[in-house]
Ligand binder design. Structure first.
Ligand code: EPZ
Length: 422
């Protein structure tokens, strides 16, 4: 397994291109199942999760062609010949469960393995099931698989989510586009990835209103056509790279960055003493003088502070002036980066869903282990400013969500390299 070796190398300076959003692409790809005409995605990120979703769609009979070094995906599901999403693919990536709604809508039946838990939590699917059953699906759990069918087709209904689940909103939204009649989703997720999915579905002929708010209304149609759609910028990759100059000092322009994607995050950077300015090409982030100030963070559904930036923000707080309290309200086990940061000299106390970080002057490089996607990049961020060398092992986690991470950090002056089997 590869490792990444980072050596603290002073302030950063330059530009980092931001890719298309992993979490948008992973819901846009299954949307191809809803139509027998081709769906083309541009600005697609080059990530192992995209390869996993490609393998899953291919196992269902979809054709997926990857063009322009993976930035363009041309998909077609005119001959879907399998409705079983296998455990060995689904267990690798929870987002595989996003084929459930589209398959029910297009085929009238689906068998999808329960994804099982992952490092950050149990990841149940009760809200997905509740929403699809409200549309008339009959869903039974057998041998670890959800056996779903809609013998009389799906019918529009009112669905109120107990929690604004991103995945459940996406699954039910996609299914509702082909249901008979009107569906209203209450307490729907408001993430930019939901708006991106709705925009793509409208391009395919769906009738959707209210995406981006808590109430989404869908008028079912008989069929959907093909479309070409650009994947929205990845707000989590954007926030991650914005933290690099915040932690190291210097000035970095994140190309393609949009302030509307990272509003709550930028409010916290501003409070911490980091300057963010909009340029013609994206967002410029600078920390010119003085230490970062400690700020408190609570993760919430969008437009609140994103849980996917909590680990990275903790890395910044490790050397901030003062004490920061980070509350993780979305997942039950998302502080696994804390003990690794402690190995670098960070002072962090974790009690349940709350981590209290007392800033130190500087971290010291150390061998650390990546435990999940966002934890892995927070260790790299910490290593960028630490004294000496940090070796982050198990970086296959990184490949799931960050394309060309070494090249992007090298491009702004970081001392970083990927080494095999270290
Ligand atoms: C999406 O996961 C993202 N993944 C996650 O990003 C992100 O952290 C999460 O949304 C929250 O923003 C993709 O989009 C592929 P949820 P998802 O359903 O849809 C509970 C990353 O690092 N819940 O909003 O699984 C659940 O257990 C990944 O890129 C239920 O209880 O998130 C969790 O505690 C990590 N029942 C909370 O809701 C359900 O039926 C949020 O889950 C569904 C969810």
């Amino acid at each position: 397994m590869d490792s990444i070796v980072v050596t603290g190398n002073g302030p950063l300076d330059g530009q980092i291109p931001i890719a298309g959003a992993k979490n948008a692409c992973l819901t846009l790809m299954p949307a191809t199942i809803l139509s027998d005409e081709p769906l083309t995605l541009t600005n697609a990120p080059r990530l192992s999760d995209i390869k996993t979703m490609t393998a899953l769609l291919a196992s269902l009979g979809c054709e997926v062609s990857s063009l322009q070094d993976g930035q363009v995906l041309v998909m077609s599901s005119h001959n879907l010949d399998n409705h079983v999403a296998d455990y060995d693919i689904v267990r690798k990536m929870r987002a595989s469960n996003l084929v459930l709604g589209p398959m029910l809508a297009r085929l009238g039946h689906a068998v999808v393995s329960l994804p099982g838990g992952c490092a950050i939590g149990a990841r149940p699917m009760d809200l997905h099931i509740q929403g699809l059953e409200a549309l008339g699906a009959e869903i039974e759990l057998r041998d670890g698989y959800l056996h779903a069918k809609a013998p009389k087709g799906l019918k529009g209904a009112k669905v109120t989510f107990g929690f604004a689940s991103v995945g459940a909103t996406e699954n039910v939204l996609m299914a509702a586009t082909l249901a008979k009649g009107t569906t209203v989703l209450e307490n729907a997720a408001r993430e930019p990835e939901i708006v991106d999915l709705a925009t793509c579905l409208r391009r395919m002929g769906a009738q959707i209103e209210g995406d981006g708010t808590s109430t989404i209304t869908i008028q079912g149609v008989d069929r959907l056509g093909g479309a070409t759609h650009p994947v929205v910028t990845d707000r989590i990759e954007l926030g991650t790279y914005m933290l690099a100059p915040a932690i190291c000092g210097g000035e970095v322009e994140c190309l393609g960055g949009r302030i509307d994607l990272v509003g709550a995050f930028c409010e916290k950077l501003d409070a911490a003493g980091i300057s963010v300015s909009e340029t013609e090409k994206g967002l410029k982030v600078a920390r010119k003088n003085g230490r970062v100030r400690a700020v408190d963070v609570t993760t919430e559904p969008f437009p609140g502070f994103p849980t996917d930036l909590q680990a990275q923000m903790m890395a910044l707080m490790c050397t901030a002036e003062g004490t920061s309290v980070l509350e993780e309200k979305i997942f039950e086990n998302r502080f696994m980066h804390a003990p690794e940061l402690t190995r670098m000299g960070a002072q962090i106390e974790v009690h349940g869903g709350t981590a209290t970080v007392t800033g130190v002057e500087r971290l010291k490089g150390a061998p650390v282990m990546a435990t999940d996607l966002r934890a892995s990049v927070s260790l790299i961020l910490a290593g960028l400013a630490a004294e000496g060398e940090t070796v982050v092992s198990r970086v296959y986690h990184l490949d799931r969500g960050y394309e060309h991470v070494v090249r992007k950090f090298e491009g702004v002056g970081a001392k970083i390299e990927r080494v095999p089997n270290r």
